[in-house]
Write a protein that binds this ligand. Structure first.
Ligand code: C2E
Ligand code: CA
Ligand code: CA
Length: 276
C-alpha cells in the first residue's frame, strides 16, 4: 500500500524522469542540428516611445526542427547552455545578426542598432571580444551598431569576471543593455561600475504596470534611477496601450513589444519597418 508521500514521490520521479529524457533528446537534436537549415533569426523592432521612431532591433533565435516542429528558445537555450552547444550556436547567431545589420544600415541612414543576447557562458569565454571584432571586420560592421544584451542575473553571478570584459567591450564601442532588469538583485554601484548603457525593464514588471501599484512603484524607481545615471530605459513585452500610456507618463524612453511589433523574419521586417 502506498502512503500519500510515496505517491507524491512517485509522481515527482516520473515528471522528473520525463524532464530529463526531454532534455536528453533535445541535446541530441541540438548536436545534430543543421544550423543553416533549421535555425532562423527573427527580429523584433525597438522604438522610442515619444515619437514611435525605430531605434533598433533584437535578434531572437528560432529553431524549426524537421520532425519536431518549432522548438522555443526558452526551452532549448538552457539546454544549449548546459551542454556547451551554445558556443557554435552563438557563433552562427553573430554571423547572421552582423550580416543583417549591415543590410539594415545600407537601407537607411537611421542609427539603428542590432541587439544580441549573450549567455553567461559566452561572456566567460576568453575570446568573446576577438570573435566579435572578427565578425565586425568580416561583415563591415562597426561595434557601435551592436548592442549586447546580458541578463541581470547572469551579470550579477559573474560579478568579478565580467568587469574586465565589460570594460573592454565598452572601450571597443559596443553598447550594453541589462536584460530582464528589475527582477534580480543589482545594486546601483554595480550598474555604474559596469558602464551599462540601457536597462531593459523586465516583462514581468511591465505585465502589471497598468494596474498593480507595486509594479508601478518599482518601474518608476528604475526610471528615476536610470535618468539620474544617464542610462536609457526600454520596457520589454509591452502588449497593451494602457501599459504604454503609464510607461510614457513615467518617462520610459523606449519600448519593445507586441503592441508595436512582434519578432519577424528579416524579409518581413524590411517591408514593415525600413524605407522601401
Ligand atoms: P529575452 O531576451 O527576454 O527576449 C524577449 C522575449 O519576449 C522573446 O521571446 C520575445 O519574443 C518575447 N516578447 C517580446 N515582446 C513580447 C510581448 O509583447 N509579449 C510577449 N508575450 N512576449 C514578448 P523568445 O523569442 O521566445 O525568446 C526567449 C528567450 O530566449 C529570450 O528572452 C532570450 O533569453 C533567449 N534567446 C533568444 N534568442 C537567443 C539567442 O540568440 N541567444 C541567447 N543566448 N538567448 C536567446
Ligand atoms: Ca533579450
Ligand atoms: Ca525577458
Amino acid at each position: 500500500k502506498y502512503s500519500h508521500q510515496d505517491s507524491a514521490a512517485l509522481r515527482f520521479n516520473s515528471t522528473l524522469r520525463e524532464k530529463i529524457e526531454r532534455k536528453h533528446s533535445l541535446e541530441i537534436l541540438l548536436r545534430n542540428a543543421n544550423y543553416s537549415k533549421e535555425f532562423q533569426l527573427y527580429f523584433q523592432p525597438q522604438f522610442r516611445i515619444s515619437d514611435h521612431a525605430l531605434v533598433g532591433m533584437e535578434a531572437l533565435l528560432r529553431w524549426f526542427h524537421p520532425g519536431q516542429g518549432m522548438i522555443s528558445p526558452g526551452e532549448f537555450i538552457p539546454v544549449a547552455e548546459e551542454t556547451g552547444v551554445i558556443l557554435p550556436i552563438t557563433d552562427w547567431v553573430f554571423d547572421q545578426a552582423y550580416f543583417t545589420i549591415a543590410q539594415v544600415r545600407q537601407a537607411t541612414s537611421m542609427p539603428l542598432q542590432m541587439g544580441i543576447n549573450l549567455s553567461p557562458k559566452i561572456i566567460e569565454t576568453a575570446d568573446l571580444l576577438i570573435s566579435l571584432k572578427q565578425k565586425g571586420v568580416r561583415h563591415r560592421v562597426p561595434s557601435d551598431w551592436i548592442d549586447l544584451e546580458v541578463t541581470e542575473n547572469s551579470a550579477m553571478s559573474l560579478h568579478s569576471t565580467i568587469e574586465g570584459t565589460f570594460d573592454q567591450l565598452k572601450q571597443s564601442g559596443f553598447t550594453i543593455s541589462i536584460d530582464d532588469f528589475g527582477t534580480g538583485y543589482s545594486s546601483l554601484s554595480y550598474i555604474r561600475r559596469f558602464g551599462i548603457d540601457r536597462l531593459k525593464i523586465a516583462k514581468e514588471l511591465v505585465d502589471n504596470v497598468a494596474h498593480d501599484r507595486n509594479s508601478q512603484l518599482i518601474i518608476q524607481a528604475i526610471i528615476m534611477m536610470a535618468k539620474g545615471m544617464n542610462l536609457r530605459t526600454i520596457a520589454e513585452g509591452v502588449e497593451h496601450q494602457d501599459q504604454l500610456d503609464v510607461l510614457k507618463e513615467m518617462g520610459c524612453d523606449e519600448m519593445q513589444g507586441y503592441l508595436w511589433g512582434r519578432p519577424v523574419p528579416f524579409e518581413t521586417f524590411k517591408q514593415q519597418y525600413l524605407p522601401q
